[in-house]
Ligand binder design. Structure first.
Ligand SMILES: [Zn+2]
Length: 150
């Protein structure tokens, strides 16, 4: 078993969201160009590879998850009235639809919650006992989620 080290990969995602539990400007549907960092802490093997995974493998799963779940989507709390199916004028109940790109979550899609949800996914996906996810909402705001199992 080699030394423990960390590796970090980054990916961006363009998201729209609104925070319906928070009064103020975040109640408006608005967008962010977010950068997300994933850090994994694990032993490095004799070949100098952390956790037996090369950067390409770590990045491809991470990018695919962000691209399919978050990028160019509208993120809303499932309890948000705007997350409910829409009934367009003149259409029957059967023809009602949802906002294009809508993804709903348990709770408001705050930067803190996004860091936790992505972190919980990474924890399962990579099966590594210690790591962190940091979501940079803007160039001056970020939130992190860390996990560490003994
Ligand atoms: Zn926002």
């Amino acid at each position: 078993m080699g030394q423990f080290q960390t590796i970090t990969v980054r990916h961006n995602m363009e998201v729209a969201h609104r925070l319906h539990l928070l009064e103020g400007k975040c109640e408006n549907i608005h967008g962010h160009s977010m950068w997300v960092e994933l850090t994994l802490h694990e032993a490095v093997d004799d070949n100098g590879i952390l956790g037996g995974m090369d950067f390409g493998t770590v990045k491809s799963f991470f990018r695919r998850h962000l691209d399919t779940t978050y990028d160019h989507h509208l993120l809303l709390n499932k309890d948000d009235p705007f997350a409910q199916p829409l009934v367009w004028a003149g259409q029957s109940e059967l023809e009602r639809g949802a906002l294009p790109g809508l993804v709903t979550f348990e709770g408001d899609p705050t930067t803190e919650n996004l860091a936790r949800w992505i972190g919980e996914w990474a924890e399962k996906e990579y099966g590594i006992a210690r790591g962190a996810v940091t979501v940079h909402e803007t160039s001056v705001n970020a939130a992190s989620y860390e996990w560490w199992h003994a």
